[in-house]
Design a protein around this ligand. Structure first.
Ligand code: HEC
Ligand code: HEC
Length: 629
């Protein structure tokens, strides 16, 4: 394996999508030389524990959406790959299966009513499923805004709430009638949802904003943004060149409460690291501190004030999360590293690292995407790669936490909907391996979570280039990269792995990865006024406005480069406009935070099109159309 020194920096542009979080721009010393540093510890808390002297009170599992929930006689899992809801017995053996629809989100289970609520992400509804010992049957469909994902029940189980990704809302429904009760606007790319045991508030995790939202459930239903702290972790990079040394919180898929006043959010801390002199100036990542580390934020939610402590963890892309209130043990696992972390006394001052259990069975990676706790306090893990449930016995015969975890994998529950090649590509996309990045620090999904993007702009050589949206934009859009420098997809992947300091996947694996990228489902378009969209389309199509002269065809791209006036990139490849509502910030350098900014102020790219003559109404209409692509 080749050792590479590399360059990475983050441009301070268009990053705080909500515009609510202020980031400092510390000036870094340029003198020191980058050094190799030891890998991250298993669990290292920085900041004072936010928990109390005693363990927090119990939290019902249905207050938090997950991919897996325990039932009285086994478990329920929702498989995003095949779109099936599966009921298993206590040993993870399949009992029955119910098709929910393409790319489902999370589920919750109400054990007293024996009802499961499943977010059917791509059909814009919640499936309310009657669960019996041997059957699953849809009792009711509740229509939601576009792309429901996170789901939770109120403590009295009378209200079901969902986060909707494309329509950016938290919506509450009467669980019995399916009638909408209220909705609250959210920021871009909301994901996981949890409700506090006392029912006073909900928390929403985000892919891109660097915040979690705290929503008042009692009266106002208004959302307050809480910035996830990226400051706490020790700076192990000794030479972070340039003035862009700040870090950003990204990819928070999950959140859970531990009692009424404490919550946990796993997230990614993305740090710009740049070698100012020497090194492999054309690459990002690797060489010294990985630019992305994995964190657990502990939020103390008191009435007027939020406190926070953050732990660095080794679990890559952590999004499987559950708290065992009885033993006060927290469990976290991720897609990129096949381990389950236990945190003991999780809600107390005496919080400590517990055992770590390897989740790989045979030589198959699990790809943990959900955890649930059994009545005894053992752990069930939903493996999204192998589509089986693994039971990890963490409780001994006396019912106390054991000193080791015993892995007991169940059988595969359902076939993947992907072909073999795409499935291998799917696993590779989420794998943090030395073939892909130096030291296996980064996976493709680190910067392209959910096949989308982290909303950040990276400094590569002399350019500032934002992470592009992949979902729906890869097929038929060659050449690749912002400068159109890579003629086809496999070339593009090879240069990407080189930049990441990886030694490279072999030909077959690279082809499989490419095969997966082209089938990533495009983001669904948000709901927009039909007439505005029609007027916007007319403008877009008109010769006068002229967008079509470059943004044409199925992907809205002429697949050639154009030279505009910009400070960095000389020639820019016309990007596809598919999924535009989910691809902010805009332009190669992310210099236009919103479409409005792109059309009105043009960001740092000048000369693309003449929009100055368009009226306010024209611009609003055009944006409405663009957001539906
Ligand atoms: C460190 C963050 C990061 C990681 C990790 C990463 N990417 Fe990217 N990706 C980017 C950025 C930034 C660009 C734009 C670079 C450019 O245009 O030169 C990009 C561009 C791309 C493109 C070109 C898209 C287009 O429309 O032109 C593809 C395809 C892609 N990445 C796939 C991958 C795959 C597959 C992996 C894993 C092997 C990966 N990326 C890992 C940040 C990342
Ligand atoms: C001369 C060709 C050309 C014309 C005409 C043109 N574009 Fe573009 N467009 C491009 C190129 C090239 C880029 C990338 C520029 C960059 O990032 O530096 C781009 C970028 C964009 C982006 C940003 C996409 C992203 O994901 O970041 C949007 C949105 C867009 N164009 C919309 C429009 C609209 C709307 C019009 C008509 C008002 C238009 N374009 C006219 C070539 C063109």
């Amino acid at each position: 394996m080749q050792m590479r020194r590399s360059l990475l920096s983050l441009a301070p542009v268009g990053v705080a999508a909500l515009g609510l979080v202020a980031f400092a721009h510390p000036v870094m010393a340029r003198r020191m030389v980058a050094e190799f540093v030891a890998p991250a510890p298993a669990f290292q808390l920085s900041g004072r524990p936010v928990g109390g002297a005693k363990a927090a009170t119990a939290t019902a599992a249905f207050l938090t959406g997950s991919r897996i929930a325990t039932t009285e006689d086994g478990a329920l899992v929702i498989d995003a790959d095949s779109g099936n809801l599966i009921k298993t017995d206590k040993n993870g053996k399949p009992i029955t299966t119910l098709a929910i629809g393409e790319n489902p989100g999370m589920l919750v289970y109400d054990p007293s009513a024996k009802l499961a609520y499943v977010a059917a992400r791509f059909s814009n509804r919640i499936a309310v499923v009657k669960v019996s010992a041997t059957t699953l049957e849809v009792g009711q469909w509740i229509t939601t805004p576009v792309e429901p994902y996170g789901i939770a029940l109120s403590p009295d189980t009378k209200t079901v709430m969902v986060t909707t990704i494309a329509d950016r809302a938290l919506v509450a429904f009467d669980a019995a009638s399916g009638k909408e009760r209220w909705r609250t606007a959210l920021g871009r790319e909301p994901r996981g949802l949890a409700v506090s045991p006392d029912g006073t508030r909900a928390l929403v995790a985000y892919l891109q904003t660097g915040t979690v939202d705290q929503i008042d459930l009692l009266e106002t239903h208004s959302a307050e943004h809480v910035a996830l702290s990226t400051a706490g972790a020790p700076r192990r990079c000794r030479h972070c060149g340039g003035s862009d040394g700040e870090s950003f919180a990204r990819a928070a898929f999950a959140v859970t409460f531990m009692g009424d006043h404490e919550a946990v959010v796993p997230f990614q801390r993305e740090t710009p690291v740049q070698i100012a002199n020497g090194g492999n100036a054309g690459s990002y990542g690797g060489g010294f501190e990985p630019p992305i580390t994995h964190q657990l934020a502990f939020l103390g939610l008191e009435r007027q004030r939020t406190t926070q402590a953050t732990a660095t963890i080794a679990q890559h892309q952590p999004r499987a999360l559950a708290w065992d209130s009885h033993h006060d043990a927290l469990y976290v696992a991720g897609l990129g590293t096949d381990t389950l972390l236990q945190v003991k006394n999780a809600s107390q001052v005496g919080i400590t690292e517990g055992i770590t259990t390897n989740l790989t069975s045979g030589n198959h990676k699990c790809g943990a995407d959900g955890v649930a706790i059994t009545a005894e306090g053992n752990v069930l893990v939903w493996c999204s790669f192998t589509r089986n449930v693994e039971k990890i016995e963490v409780v001994d015969a006396k019912g106390e936490l054991a000193t080791t975890g015993k892995l007991d994998p169940g059988p595969m529950l359902v076939a993947s909907a992907l072909g073999d090649k795409q499935h291998e590509g799917f696993v590779l996309f989420h794998s943090a391996e030395p073939a892909i990045s130096q030291g296996g620090a980064l996976a493709c999904a680190s910067c392209h979570p959910d096949g989308r993007e982290d909303g950040l702009s990276w400094k590569i050589e002399t350019n500032t280039l934002q992470t592009p949206l992949l979902a729906g934009r890869v097929a038929g859009t060659h050449p690749y990269k912002w400068d159109g420098g890579d003629k086809d997809l496999t070339t593009s992947l090879a240069t990407t792995m080189k930049r990441l300091g990886g030694f490279g996947l072999d030909k077959t694996q690279t082809a499989n990865l490419a095969a997966y990228l082209v089938v990533l489902p495009a983001p669904h378009a948000p709901t927009r006024d039909v007439q505005m969209v029609a007027r916007g389309k007319k403008l877009f199509d008109s010769a006068e406005v002229g967008c079509r002269s470059c943004h044409d065809g199925a992907t809205y791209s002429d697949q050639t480069t154009h030279a505009f006036q910009t400070s960095t990139l000389k020639n820019a490849d016309t990007p596809s406009l598919i999924g535009l509502a989910a691809s902010a910030p805009y332009y190669h350098d992310g210099s236009a935070a919103t479409l409005e900014a792109l059309l009105r102020d043009r960001g740092a790219v000048h000369g693309m099109a003449e929009t100055a003559k368009l009226s306010e109404q024209n611009i609003t209409d055009l944006i409405a159309f663009l957001e539906t692509l």
